[in-house]
Design a protein around this ligand. Structure first.
Ligand code: M6R
Length: 615
């Protein structure tokens, strides 16, 4: 939710900031802006505009973009509609200070009232402008410098923020701070970078510091970096090395990141399994569980907290763990869990699933569960993000950076980690038979090849997806392990094509949604020859009897469903609990091609952002 980037060094700041914004655009793309201190002309130039980073690039043509220090922002609107004025950076009253912000200042209304009474005026409808005005007010009224003013002002701020600030008369000074919104500092040779995540930094340096909550980074050209708490206590920075590589951040010849990421899945699954499962498929090791075996042995319940696609992966995890670990599992929307006054026991294990590792609701759910003494296990993709740092233990999904806003490879990697966890927990608790353990582990090793085979259907899916661009609604049906997959298929379609889609357990259809079925209604049915196959075939008959259009995902060679469906996609057979991994591919491709045919911006769908750092 909003991307921020900053630079101070001996190079021109503008191209570095602009490239950084392009990398962070997945976090928000309704407006963008940049502020630069021009040392030569002693100006603090702020340029901002509604639209994407490309619009900003166009907007600054023939403007003064000189300066070796600057900050830049790409926005996902919270307070104030997306327009030029509400775009960041925001000036202070005197226009001596410029600030960018990711997060929400909850007490902005009270502060604004106070400032209005003192004669301050506001241009925008944002909470961010209140913050920069407030910092200037604190600075002026205390006759102090900007660093001290930021410390004093932030001690009065309620809410979430990652901010970066520069000052007109101080071209050697950049200050940044975070609370509940991510911020990374990159350390180069006589230069420093700031960013919401490491992607804008990786091509300049692999040395980074992930700021902790309520930390302030003060960077001076001569003295370098100093990190303090809001109370001004100096902190020892923990410098980490990035393992990301640049090619992961490019489209690599694909028209969209989403398609690239769909095609990457055989590779990402191998990466996810690497070092965790041996080639014979008879030994699965997850150090995060191994080091905490007693907790998993004694746990009475597992609570999974997540949002969106990660919640769907968590629901597949529930089916897996209940079947093979014989432990009650509940799957919670983090946003509901955190406010519901849930009953949490100290012997609960709470699994937090998040691609970004920054989702505000999931992070809050983690903190809540921790405060009740539960053991928290994280499944995250972004290394070093807030959630993995807040958990007791966990497993990374190792899917590599996911840039497309619609999650694809992170989902299948999450399901893979949950499968590995099931095998390990099942063994620790003695609930999984040797036969099932081997069967699942050995078949899991074959899934990347089966995904590869399924990806060959891309052209076929592209062709028939054209038929469905007329649709206003879609229904997705599945049972058992494929019910959460139906939900995920529907979410993929609606978020990128803007076609309304509902996922349902197939047997629930007759309790209501069947009323929607007519000759116009496409119904995607995951009708694999496993689990409750015959019952799903009956559901297909019920749809056909009402003239619905059935698109079935079937097991290779299944002549029965071929005959009763209008369109079918054949995928290779696999273990029932692993079907969602292979069957994800046609659902992702179907959504992708429908959205592309409709001319939608699949990588940056309207109103969405990749990392939801606000509640
Ligand atoms: O980063 P997270 O996994 O915590 O994000 C959760 C959701 O915001 C995310 O899965 C969202 O639903 C995606 N747009 C789905 O494609």
């Amino acid at each position: 939710m909003c991307g921020i980037v900053g630079y101070i060094g001996n190079k021109d700041a503008f191209p570095i900031l602009l490239k950084g914004l392009h990398r962070l655009e997945y976090r928000g793309y309704d407006s963008a802006g940049i502020a630069l201190v021009s040392e030569e002309r002693k100006n603090l130039n702020v340029y901002k505009t509604r639209g994407k980073v490309a619009d900003l690039e166009h907007f600054v043509e023939s403007k003064d973009i000189s300066g070796t220090i600057g900050i830049a922002h790409t926005r996902w609107a919270t307070h104030g509609e997306p327009n030029d004025i509400n775009a960041h950076p925001h000036y202070s009253q005197s226009e001596n200070i410029a600030l960018i912000h990711n997060g929400i200042i909850e007490n902005y209304a009270v502060l604004k009232e106070e400032l209005l009474r003192k004669g301050y005026t506001f241009q925008s409808a944002t909470d961010t402008e209140v913050l920069v005005q407030f910092i200037e007010y604190v600075k002026d009224s205390n006759h102090t410098d900007l660093a001290t003013a930021v410390h004093l002002a932030l001690s009065q701020i309620v809410g979430a923020y990652a901010i970066a600030i520069i000052e007109k008369n101080n071209p050697d000074f950049l200050i940044a701070a975070r609370k509940s919104s991510p911020l990374v500092v990159g350390i180069g040779e006589d230069e420093f970078f700031l960013a919401s995540d490491a992607t804008p930094i990786v091509e300049y340096t692999n040395k980074v510091i992930y700021l902790d909550d309520e930390e302030i980074a003060v960077i001076r050209r001569e003295e370098g970096l100093k990190i303090t708490s809001i109370e001004n206590v100096e902190k020892t920075p923990h410098i980490q090395e990035l393992s990301m590589n640049l090619s992961q951040l490019e489209k690599g010849g694909y028209p969209h990141f989403m398609l690239k990421e769909i095609f990457e899945q055989p590779r990402t699954l191998l990466d996810c399994m690497s070092g965790r499962i041996n080639v014979e498929g008879n030994n699965v090791v997850l150090s995060g569980i191994f080091d905490n075996q007693e907790k998993f042995r004694k746990a009475k319940r597992i609570v999974i907290c997540a949002c969106g696609t990660s919640w769907h992966a968590g629901t597949i995890g529930m089916y897996l763990m209940e079947e093979y670990c014989r432990i009650p599992v509940v799957v919670e929307y983090s946003s509901e869990f955190r406010y519901r006054k849930p009953v949490i026991y100290p012997d609960d294990i709470v699994i937090a699933i998040s691609q970004s590792g920054e989702t505000a609701d999931t992070l809050a759910a983690v903190e809540l569960a921790k405060s009740h003494g539960a053991f928290i296990y994280g499944i995250c993709n972004v290394v070093g993000a807030s959630i993995p740092r807040a958990t007791h233990s966990g497993s990374y999904t190792h899917a590599g950076p996911e840039i497309g806003v619609a999650s694809t490879k992170a989902f299948t990697a999450q399901v893979t980690v949950l499968t590995l966890m099931t095998l390990v927990i099942g063994k620790v608790r003695g609930t999984i038979s040797e036969e099932n353990y081997l069967k699942i582990a050995q078949e899991l090793l074959k899934v990347p090849a089966k995904m590869e085979q399924t990806l060959q259907l891309n052209e076929q899916i592209k062709e028939f997806s054209k038929i469905f661009t007329y649709a206003k609604n879609f229904i997705y049906l599945g049972r058992g392990y494929n019910y959460p997959l139906a939900l995920e298929g529907a979410l993929k379609l609606k978020e990128i094509s803007y076609i309304h889609a509902e996922g349902y357990p197939a047997a629930e259809m007759k309790h209501g949604p069947i009323a929607l079925i007519d000759a116009e209604m496409p119904v995607v049915v995951i009708a694999i020859k496993r689990g409750m196959y015959e019952k799903v075939v009956s559901n297909i008959q019920e749809i056909k009897a009402r003239k619905g259009k059935v698109i079935a995902i079937i097991t290779e060679g299944d002549e029965i469903v071929k005959q009763v469906s209008d369109y079918y996609i054949e995928i290779p057979d696999t273990e029932e609990c692993l079907v969602p991994l292979v069957a994800s591919i046609p659902l992702q491709l179907l959504a992708y091609h429908i959205a592309v045919t409709k001319g939608q911006d699949v990588d940056q769908p309207r109103n969405l952002a990749k990392s939801v750092t606000v509640e």
